[in-house]
Design a binder for this molecule. Structure first.
Ligand code: GDG
Length: 722
């Protein structure tokens, strides 16, 4: 089995120095994590190689270098990088997902290129993929790709991981392309995030924008399950924990100790990004220096900023702001012997970075928003038997796993100042105890576990989707069902009505039987071997009006009334509900425009098909909560159906109808077909050899599945065709 990772960048970076191509591995956590994945999977990687290679010879050279590593480049022009990467990805999606609403830029040309580049990734994937492969797409630059790939491979296993926050619906709805982006993500079988919060925001956005309701973490779309989940990404713990024993690291540690002498060190490490809260942090440190002159000369801030996205306007502005603030603080407080802020705008080698982590007394990690933040975890991991304090923003995904840190609100400059003071005064014993507790967590939740958990979940969903696929009625199993039907001498056909024999309409009274359905029913009922039963929640008057002319049986109101040989029988007498219940439903209707009440003899139904899916979802729960006690007192059952809530007697079920029919007759072909909750009773009551068919989302109780109501009549016709 092969695993294809698809990310914006490959784990190696091509650069050209004096016309010579060189390749440097990127030391990112993702590459490490994926390398430690289960070796049974053959790993392949598709991504941009980091260079605008415009000649075919150069592209060929890059391809040849990458091929033995199973890396496949997607070449992008500088214009595409500008519009797709710097443009739509980093000037539209990134600020939006990090709640920088006023930074969101929107240009149509960038969106067009974003789509185009996602297509280029798709083309490369289609060139390489086989239907049995597993695909794992990484991050917000490729949100359309799952949907595009799904179009080519209806059954391939696709996972997507969103490394940055997913914003609340109120923010996400602003994007003109919100629907396309969500539909893109829904092409995946597994859509995952660092935290439960991001996952929930995604599910709510899907519900409100696309009208697709996740129940728990899952939704079934046409013929497959989509699962949303949270997998907090970790680090390669052993790499950091063991690093202080690395001779190169020890060399840097000695050097740092000499240079620092008695000065205590506060460390910050970030990519240049406005989401990282660098300005607020500098303000917090400046305030600390202002309020605590006793620490002057004793504490320094080392600020490592890794250059990033410098072609994006907001990043260039931020760089200038940082330069100015650092120089203002240093000019105000520096002495001949002491510089308050050491500022580095470059990438540090790994060994030097971990030496800094190991030595630093405090790590100040204060993003305004951060999907996870790995720096916080790396700092904690490197503290092998050495004290240190992590000050961590509550806005970083990592804060959930590291509650022993000093957690602060990064928008509050005073809190940053107070946290620095608190950290400087914290006893060493307390520091070590907190570090140990945090290390216990991050040594378990490693990057390798993150990757393994994700792929395992994806495989699990793949298996369930395969099961689902086996249940779909297609040519193969249709042939055997038809054979069984045609061979049989006495058949029972139990047919649900709404959502099964006819589709849903806005008004329930408009769902009248179509001429095609009537023709088909005449054919089935004329055959003496057939007992045809319309088994519905509809009232008997309606069923009589629509089907009275056919020689068939009818169960109305879920079996409260039953017609056979032309005579109706009452199984339940009188009204079961009372005015209190009616009142509760009416109150909900007043607050829910578009919803309506259906009053039947033995049951009441609240319909909300014409209500916005989100409001319907909220009101449904409110109604069910309000009905609990009165229905319990009357011994009534509250049933959640497809855009309805029904209050009925627990004795009237379609299952009871099936049992009654099976009691006295011997059928050699049994069929039950339905789409809703009440039909599950019918499926359960049937013996295992019966042909039970669920329309729409898969049912554990039915043997087969048809994914849409429009397939029912063709299926029934298929039974009698030769
Ligand atoms: C995105 C999300 C999420 C930094 N400076 C140097 C250096 N680094 C390394 C760190 C760390 C990585 O870069 C930064 O990772 P973060 O997680 O902190 O932040 P983003 O780059 O914004 O990453 C983020 C992440 O994706 C994973 O899902 O956590 O929320 O925004 O590993 O060590 N490495 C070296 N020299 C440096 O100077 N060698």
């Amino acid at each position: 089995m092969r695993l294809f990772i698809i990310s914006n960048r490959l784990p190696v970076n091509a650069t050209k120095i004096r016309d010579k191509l060189t390749f440097t591995p990127s030391a990112g956590g993702l590459a490490t994590g994926l390398n430690s994945l289960d070796t049974q999977l053959e790993k392949h990687w598709i991504g941009w190689p980091g260079i605008d290679a415009n000649s075919e010879t150069e592209r060929q050279k890059i391809r040849e270098y990458l091929l033995p590593h199973r890396f496949y480049p997607v070449f992008l022009s500088s214009r595409q990088i500008k519009e797709y990467y710097e443009g739509y990805s980093n000037s539209t999606i990134w600020p939006l997902c990090h709640y920088f609403f006023s930074y969101v830029q929107h240009e149509n040309v960038c969106w067009e290129t974003y789509k185009k580049v996602n297509e280029l990734f798709c083309q490369e994937a289609v060139r390489l993929l086989e239907p049995t492969d597993i695909v794992w797409i990484q991050d917000y630059q490729l949100m359309l790709l799952p949907g595009m790939l799904r179009h080519h491979y209806p059954h391939i296993s696709i996972g997507y991981f969103h490394h940055i926050p997913f914003p609340s619906y109120e923010l996400f709805r602003i994007l003109p392309e919100k629907m396309q982006l969500l539909n893109g993500l829904l092409g995946a079988d597994l859509v995952a995030f660092h935290t439960e919060d991001y996952m929930r925001y995604f599910m709510i956005a899907t519900q409100r924008i696309s009208g697709i309701n996740f129940r728990e973490r899952e939704v079934q779309l046409v013929n497959r399950i989509v699962h949303a989940d949270a997998f907090p990404m970790g680090i390669n713990f052993a790499l950091y924990y063991d690093s202080p024993y690395n001779p190169k690291v020890q060399h840097y540690i000695r050097q740092l100790r000499q240079n620092l002498r008695e000065t205590r060190l506060i460390l910050t490490v970030d990519r240049l990004d406005y989401s990282k809260g660098i300005i607020h942090r500098l303000k917090g440190f400046a305030l600390f220096l202002k309020k605590h002159p006793e620490y002057h000369g004793q504490v320094s801030l080392s600020m490592i900023i890794v250059p990033s996205r410098s072609n994006v306007e907001k990043y260039a502005d931020l760089k200038q702001q940082i330069d100015e603030m650092v120089s203002a603080v240093n000019s105000e407080y520096a002495t001949i012997k002491w510089t308050p802020i050491h500022y580095y705008y470059r990438n540090f080698p790994f060994e030097e970075l971990v030496a800094l982590y190991h030595i630093a007394d405090i790590a100040l990690v204060t993003p305004l928003r951060d999907g996870m933040n790995l720096v916080a975890k790396e700092y904690v991991a490197t503290k092998r038997e050495r004290p240190g304090i992590l000050i961590l923003s509550e806005m970083a995904g990592a804060a959930l796993e590291l509650p022993e840190a000093i957690i602060i609100n990064p928008n509050d400059v005073n809190e940053i100042e107070e946290a620095i003071l608190k950290a400087l005064q914290m006893p060493e014993k307390e520091q070590l105890a907190k570090l140990r507790r945090m290390q216990a967590v991050i040594s378990q939740q490693t990057v390798s576990k993150w990757a393994t958990d994700f792929v395992r979940k994806l495989q699990d969903i793949r298996e369930r989707n395969e099961q689902l696929h086996k249940k779909l009625i297609e040519t193969q199993n249709m042939r055997s069902i038809r054979k069984a039907y045609q061979k049989a001498a006495q058949r029972l056909l139990m047919l649900d009505y709404d959502g099964t024999l006819v589709g849903f309409t806005n008004e329930p009274q408009e769902s009248v039987p179509t001429p095609e359905l009537k023709r088909l029913l005449s054919v089935f009922t004329m055959d003496k071997k057939n007992t045809v039963v319309i088994c519905s929640g509809r009232d008997r008057e309606t069923l009589e009006k629509w089907f009275g002319q056919f020689p068939l049986c009818m169960a109305a109101e879920h079996g409260a009334f039953y017609k056979e040989h032309g005579v109706w029988h009452e199984k339940i007498h009188g009204e079961l509900w009372n005015d209190d219940i009616l009142q509760i439903i009416r109150q909900i209707i007043d607050k829910t425009p578009g919803s309506m009440l259906e009053i039947k003899r033995t049951s009441l139904v609240w319909h909300y098909r014409n209500v916005h899916s989100w409001l319907g979802f909220v009101r449904e729960q409110q109604l069910i909560d309000a009905l609990q006690i009165p229905c319990h007192d009357l011994g009534l059952q509250i049933m959640r159906g497809n855009k309805i809530v029904e209050i009925k007697s627990p004795l009237c079920t379609k299952g009871a109808v099936v049992k009654m029919l099976l009691q006295n007759s011997r059928y050699d072909f049994l069929l039950a077909i339905g789409d809703d909750t009440t039909d599950e009773d019918m499926f359960r009551a049937m013996p295992p050899e019966a042909i039970t068919i669920k329309i729409g989302p898969l049912s554990a109780n039915a043997r087969y599945n048809l994914y849409a109501q429009s397939q029912t009549l063709p299926f029934l016709k298929g039974l009698i065709s030769h």
